[in-house]
Ligand binder design. Structure first.
Ligand code: 0A1
Ligand code: ZN
Length: 889
């Protein structure tokens, strides 16, 4: 019925036809657009023979010519998704005119309307919704684009590359012609026709090229662009400094649009961004928003080399550009913000989003071998795990060899569409390190488990680590095997970075038995086999191992740490990630005990030593080398969803209650130091999103959120005062989030006043929706339903759906997994309503069912009922069908 067709990597064949140049002419009219395309095409000498097949979706063909001759009706056929022309010469010009309806394009793929303007999104397969084309990334062509539109309604007309001509036309219309000097795949095409305002700046590259940097936004938002523009210039400088990569165009434009499925898009010279990752002002955006803007602006800019100059041969290679570009934007983030805290936040996201994905029905390797809907593969695995895989190469071969590998990659492949193997080969050839075994990271799904056990031989002063890796097959592998496409699985090659701490917290010099060389106090062990043993010599007393420093491999580390060892690492480890990780492990262990004993009073399962460790942790923020941002991260308890992943059968209510009890216990026990920290951390200077100020605010707001758990009048008053005195959105949201969890009269009036104040700022309204949808109060499910009918909500706007519905499903487990099934029903209702409008967004909501089989039979029955209901929907999109189908398998 709804079975979507599966596409396999093994079926890849080079394109039969190539396109040298594309001349597009897009005339925007009331209610429709006419797209005339002139493609200079030729047979690919390196491909098998075949008819001319072009992709096309939702296109109304008006005329078609080859070398100027109109084709007769029997010379071509349009099936609804493919245009077939049976007989063509080896070299020809194809001219088509199609009519499209961007106003009706609610999918936001192709050319679509947002508010009063027109925008495009062509990755992965949106270009075929604009014109007939061989819409695959290994067809690269030089594009020219002429846009026509009403001059007063659409004064700004943009496309990729350079503006080459413009003029006025009859009827108050105008036109502009753009030419992109670089050949590119169609997914990087973009154009815009809208009424926009612009801020501009100039960046001069090392070789002296002047680049005009421009940020375009809807009128009235110019005062929210400065940060994005500055981030762009910073990214340009960073890529020159770190990778020697310069901007290659004279114009680099960012256009912000309010309706956008994803974060942003790296179209050549004309990035289109979700407003969420452009607009910021101290009173509208939080510190986190500012940091996200830095990262997304950098990410899209870095794609110019890793993605655009060298692109993907096919969509299975998506991680070639995404994993590498995320790795680059992560390193940018580590350089411009705190390295340790940035890395911690990445590890948190990876484990919150990617590990569950790798353990669920949608598990796939960073390079999947099959998919039904490519839009479903813009995943945490392809992006975040993909970046971890690149990071492991970086760790294994070292920074200098990595840079050489990048240079070699560009020397070999500039202007080409290539594969992940090509990238790994460049790294291998530049470093001399054999990476054959490493390729398993590209082909095997699932999170490997690294089991480490230690033993100490006091007489021989030897410390032994036994390391074992486990990598059980996932549903992905089972499916592939059932289809006859199974692969032989085997151990991974990965770096295990570690140090050893003595009883005083000093780092020990490391020498492997049998080796002369002392490695310093940190070493990288090469893990390659199922089981390996490492023996360290000259170890005077049994140390505490600090394993997997910097999170050196995306694995689950199993080591039987005692609580004392964890508090030791928390206090002394030189590695920021492992100090944080020790706090997380400690809390996780305690919470799992509390979860298992729901009726036992909290103080029986919360050790006093833990409270004292947290007290010392908080105090450490105020020492000379203290880092408030890091302490803030370490004070936050593991999320309910993370705890759920650690359980055989998830008990969402017990998890929620135990975590809340621990928070309340800490708040009571540490009330004085929390209050003191809260007062001492107040920032008196004018707002800046820099890491120092942001770190103080982060810790101060964590203190506030603990104090809010006290539940007395004084704590309520503190939250309200924080709200009233807030001089920036970071503080405002901290207070509002705390208040949204409190059943107090002020909750309503403050939420109402907030909305009244901010209803004109769409991104702030999203925050207002999200604090309500993630509230722990009992009525949240029905509040979400009510908010769906509120004027502030619009199911056609992805940001609104993400803030209200996706946040409810993904970040409010207590309510999404309500025992009566009401959360599942709410999600299914939205998915069914949204699927005909915007299948990509509907599918993202459907992914929140991924872990349904980890719950008790009663909840499973409720979830299954909703999944079956979705699956039975006639005309379901391939996007949702794939997700729901795999979930039910
Ligand atoms: N390549 C973009 C992400 C992106 C992917 C798909 C989109 O529409 C379906 C939009 C954006 C990036 O990595 O930033
Ligand atoms: Zn990307």
């Amino acid at each position: 019925m709804n079975a979507p067709q599966t596409i396999y990597l093994k079926d890849y064949a080079p394109p039969t036809w190539l396109v040298d140049t594309v001349d597009l002419d897009i005339a925007i009219n009331d209610g429709f657009a006419l797209v005339s395309a002139r493609l200079a095409m030729r047979r690919n000498p390196d491909a098998a023979a075949g008819a001319l097949l072009l992709d096309g979706e939702d296109l109304h063909l008006e005329s078609i010519r080859i070398d100027g001759r109109p084709l007769g009706a029997d010379e071509y056929a349009y099936s609804g998704d493919k245009l077939t022309i049976t007989s063509v010469p080896d070299d020809f010009v194809l001219e088509t005119v199609v009519r499209i309806e961007p106003d009706k394009n609610t999918q936001l793929s192709g050319l679509y309307r947002s508010k009063d303007g027109y925008f495009t999104q062509c990755e992965a397969q949106g270009f075929r919704r604009i014109t007939f084309y061989p819409d695959r990334p290994d067809v690269m062509a030089r594009f020219t684009c002429t846009l026509h539109a009403d001059k007063s309604r659409f004064p700004v007309l943009l496309s990729n590359g350079n503006p080459v001509a413009q003029g006025d036309e009859d009827g108050g219309r105008h036109w502009a012609k753009w030419q992109d000097p670089f050949a590119k795949p169609a997914y990087l095409f973009a154009c815009v026709a809208a009424k926009l305002e612009v801020v501009e700046d100039t960046y001069v590259t090392t070789s002296g090229r002047r680049v005009r940097c421009a940020v375009y936004v809807e009128p009235g938002k110019l005062d929210q662009c400065a940060h994005a523009l500055a981030a762009l210039k910073l990214s340009m400088k960073w890529d020159e400094d770190v990778f020697g990569l310069e901007m290659d165009l004279e114009h680099y434009m960012i256009v912000a649009v309010g309706d956008f499925n994803m974060g942003a898009m790296e179209n050549k010279g004309l990035n289109i961004f979700n407003t969420k990752f452009v607009l910021a002002r101290p009173d509208t955006a939080t510190d986190t928003d500012y940091q996200n803007i830095d990262r997304v602006v950098a990410h899209e800019y870095f794609h110019n080399w890793t993605g655009n100059r060298v692109t993907c041969r096919d969509w299975f290679q998506l991680s070639l550009k995404e994993g590498l570009t995320v790795f680059r934007d992560q390193n940018f983030g580590m350089d411009v913000h705190s390295a340790g805290v940035t890395r911690i936040q990445e590890v948190r996201t990876l484990r919150a989003a990617q590990y569950p994905e790798d353990a669920g029905p949608m598990a796939h390797p960073i390079r999947p071998a099959s998919y039904a809907e490519i839009n479903n593969f813009y995943t945490a695995t392809v992006y975040e795990k993909g970046a971890e895989v690149i990071r492991m190469i970086h760790t294994l071969i070292g920074k200098d060899a990595f840079r050489k590998g990048m240079d070699l990659y560009f020397a070999r492949h500039d202007g080409q569409a290539v594969t992940c193997e090509d990238f790994v080969a460049a790294m291998q050839d530049a470093s001399g390190l054999n990476l054959d075994q490493f390729q398993r990271w590209y082909n095997q799904a699932g999170t490997p488990k690294l089991i480490v056990r230690s033993s100490y031989d006091a007489a021989g002063k030897r410390y032994t680590l036994d390391v074992e890796q486990q990598y059980p097959a996932t549903p992905y592998e089972e499916r592939m095997t059932a289809e006859g496409n199974g692969i032989a699985r085997g151990p991974y090659y990965m770096p295990l970075v570690l140090g050893l701490l003595d009883a005083k917290g000093n780092e020990l010099p490391l020498r492997l038995a049998g080796e002369e060389r002392v490695q310093g106090t940190q070493c990288t062990l090469s893990i390659r086999k199922d089981k390996q043993r490492f023996v360290f010599a000259d170890v005077d007393a049994e140390p505490v191992p600090s394993l997997l420093r910097g999170f050196s491999a995306p694995v689950v580390l199993d080591y039987p740490y005692s609580n004392d060892e964890l508090t030791h690492l928390m206090a002394f480890d030189s590695d920021a990630v492992n100090r944080w990780e020790a706090a997380q492990r400690l809390a996780t262990g305690i919470l799992l005990k509390g979860i298992a004993a729901p009726s036992v009073p909290a103080d029986t399962w919360i050790p006093e030593s833990y409270v004292e460790a947290m007290r010392r942790l908080l105090a450490s923020a105020f020492t000379a080398d203290g880092d408030p941002a890091l302490v803030a991260e370490a004070l936050v308890l593991p999320a309910e969803t993370y705890l759920a992943e650690q359980m055989e059968v998830v008990e969402p209510d017990a998890i929620h209650l135990a975590r809340l009890a621990l928070r309340q216990h800490l708040a009571q026990a540490l009330r004085e130091p929390l209050l003191k920290a809260y007062h001492d951390l107040k920032v008196d200077r004018p707002y800046s999103p820099d890491s120092e100020q942001a770190g103080k605010r982060a810790l101060r707001n964590v203190c506030l959120s603990y104090l809010a758990e006290l539940g007395d009048e004084a704590s309520h008053a503190l939250v309200l005062a924080h709200y009233e005195q807030a001089a920036n959105m970071t503080d405002t949201m901290a207070a509002l989030a705390a208040l949204a969890n409190l059943d107090v009269p002020a909750r309503h009036s403050v939420l109402d006043a907030f909305y009244a104040r901010w209803k004109g700022e769409a991104l702030v309204v999203d925050k207002w929706l999200q604090v309500q949808s993630t509230s722990r109060l009992p009525n949240t499910g029905s509040d979400v339903r009510a908010l769906m009918a509120h004027e502030a909500f619009d199911i056609r706007n992805p940001n609104k759906v993400y803030a209200l519905v996706r946040a409810f499903c993904a970040a409010n487990p207590k309510h999404f997994h309500a025992a009566d099934g009401s959360g599942y029903k709410l999600a299914a209702d939205v998915i069914l309503q949204l699927d005909p409008l915007n299948p990509q967004v509907a599918s993202r909501i459907a992914r929140t069912f991924d872990r349904w089989k980890k719950f008790d039979p009663a909840r499973q029955a409720k979830a299954r009922e909703q999944l079956e209901r979705i699956k039975a929907q006639v005309g379901l999109s391939s996007d949702v069908a794939e997700v729901v189908g795999k979930a039910l398998d």
